[in-house]
Design a protein around this ligand. Structure first.
Ligand code: FAD
Ligand code: NAD
Length: 468
């Protein structure tokens, strides 16, 4: 019969799609003895996204910021099946999920469909390109681990090509012009990291080139970091000016070519700027699997930003069997790790309550199907009361811990609810440890140790500039 999934007929099957912030936080807190739990994700690990830009400049080893999902599941009370596959479709009526192994190597079976009783939809989002020509072909993204690794390789390739003997100054200037698109936190943090790399390492590894490196940050809106207070935006802009990172606001990228980027300037004129590398950090959009599922519930799911859920994270239009959380949903909260991880922890509590209610209901059903006795009558009344209590679910409430962003040169900005818009500066290490702590406990002791070791290595030996 081949490999089997956990199956206890007494328990309901809970299928979780995704292994990111939402799904991993849920898995961490979930009592797996209550369900047959199956987790499906094309990535068999959790990625700590806040430190991704550090991987892109070689400060951190890629492996230091990921955690295999099986590290979490192996400590659970009951077996959890982890399947490396893409969910390709969900049937909310038949209650099935179809998934496919799309990785390089496949066995004889690579596509299958399973049933669920409850489904947790936490597939995140994908990079928004707005169908702007050249983005997919020529830009690097900053979303997945491969993106950061690809950017690092390209960046170093630009440097090595600029160092090629006989290169003209114009070509050196082009190769060393790094363009970051998007003035959201991803673009800002990445620009800061590239700047640190330049100041701390490139000056000693490529002294002849260091002065030719230019970083431009392009943002369509009138200011960067709209989610931060005005004071912090001004502080970041001043800091970037000092660091010689050009911020081009009210400027829109219209096209990306192999060796240039086409910009629409604030006065609407079109300018083609030569560059060696473009990093696209212009925001996210829903995945195909999410759009397909939404289109099956056209009456309730019409929000272009994503899945609409009720106060208990249940997808509207389903019979309370699909939960959705994180970046694939459209809520009043920002699509952040902070929100997704709180939603995951909340859902673990809700699912425990639902399991309890389901157990009471089957007991009630069993009692009602056998002949009535005075004892069974009393138990039915008591269970009915308990059920009423258990069925009352507390709504999800988000508790904002503040917004933080690293802006380079050992500086960070922080909008903290308890300090009323405080400006934080400090050492990188302190700040990042603080951030990983504030975000959640998802960053394990193992990962913290790996990251700390990487930092020490970089302090002692500098960043690794070998191009793999
Ligand atoms: P994700 O974490 O993206 O997880 C989605 C999961 O679904 C992944 O495991 C993916 O492999 C899987 N998946 C994809 N397709 C399928 C499919 N078809 N079937 C099954 N599974 C699928 N937020 C903060 O609050 N603070 C920060 O400092 C911060 N820094 C960031 C830095 C960067 C560079 C980036 C890119 C994001 C940052 N964010 C930060 C945002 C944060 O990472 C997201 O909001 C968060 O990841 C959302 O969690 P999620 O679980 O919804 O999605
Ligand atoms: P974002 O959506 O916040 O920012 C993208 C920016 O790109 C926008 O300001 C947009 O105006 C701009 N843009 C879009 N198209 C453009 C074009 N053609 N030309 C020029 N500019 C263009 O995206 P993000 O920074 O990746 O952040 C995504 C989510 O992750 C947000 O919710 C953010 O809060 C969260 N995040 C948080 C942190 C942090 O807290 N430190 C770090 C990274 C990401």
């Amino acid at each position: 019969p081949g490999h089997q999934l956990p199956h206890d007929p007494e328990k309901k099957t809970l299928v979780i799609l995704g292994s990111g912030w939402g799904a991993t936080s849920l898995l961490n807190s979930l009592d797996t003895s209550e369900y047959n739990v199956v987790l499906i994700s094309p990535r068999n690990y959790f990625l700590f996204t806040p430190l991704l830009p550090s991987v892109a400049v070689g400060t951190l080893n890629p492996r230091s910021i990921i955690q295999p999902t099986r590290y979490v599941t192996r400590h659970k009370a009951r077996q959890v099946a982890v399947i490396e596959a893409h969910a390709t479709s969900v049937d909310p009526v038949a209650k099935t999920v179809t998934f496919e192994d799309t990785s390089e190597i496949q066995g004889l079976v690579s596509l299958t469909t399973i049933n669920y009783d409850y489904l947790v939809f936490a597939v995140g989002a994908e990079v928004q390109t707005f169908n702007i020509p050249g983005v997919k072909e020529y830009a690097c993204f900053m979303k997945e681990l491969e993106d950061a690794e690809k950017m690092q390789r390209r960046f170093l390739d630009c440097l090595e090509s600029a160092a090629f003997p006989g290169q003209s100054q114009d070509e050196v200037d082009r190769l060393l012009h790094m363009v970051v698109v998007g003035g959201g936190p991803t673009g800002i943090e990445l620009s800061g990291e590239i700047h640190d790399f330049l100041e701390e390492d490139l000056r000693s590894w490529f002294p002849e080139l260091a002065n030719s490196v230019r970083i431009s940050l392009v943002e369509a809106l009138p200011s960067v970091l709209p989610m931060f207070s005005k004071r912090l935006i001004e502080y970041t802009e001043a800091q970037f000016k000092q660091a010689k990172i050009d911020i081009l606001t009210k400027t829109m990228v219209k096209e990306i070519k192999e060796k240039s980027v086409v910009l629409q300037m604030p006065d609407k004129s079109i300018v083609e700027v030569p560059c060696g590398m473009v990093v696209w950090a212009a925001g996210n959009t829903g995945r195909q699997v999410t759009r397909d599922l939404m289109s099956k519930l056209p009456e309730h799911q019409t929000n272009k930003r994503g899945i609409v859920v009720d106060d208990h994270l249940r997808m509207l239009g389903t019979d309370r069997t699909i939960f959705a959380l994180g970046d694939c949903t459209a809520t009043s909260y920002a699509p952040t790790a902070q929100v997704a991880s709180q939603e995951g922890a909340y859902l673990a509590r809700i699912l425990a309550q639902i399991a309890k209610a389901d157990n009471l209901e089957s007991r009630l059903h069993a009692l009602r199907s056998s002949p009535e006795t005075p004892e069974s009558k009393a138990e039915i009344t008591s269970i009915g009361r308990q059920l009423n209590r258990t069925r009352k679910l507390r709504p999800f409430e988000y508790s904002h811990q503040g917004s933080l962003a690293y802006i380079g040169s050992d500086k960070a900005i922080a909008d903290l609810p308890f300090f009323n818009g405080n400006l934080a500066t400090g050492g990188v290490a302190t700040f990042l440890f603080w951030r990983s702590a504030y975000l959640s406990t998802l960053f394990s002791l193992r990962n913290r140790t790996l990251v700390a070791t990487d930092w020490i290595k970089v302090k002692l030996f500098g960043r690794d500039v070998s191009r793999e």
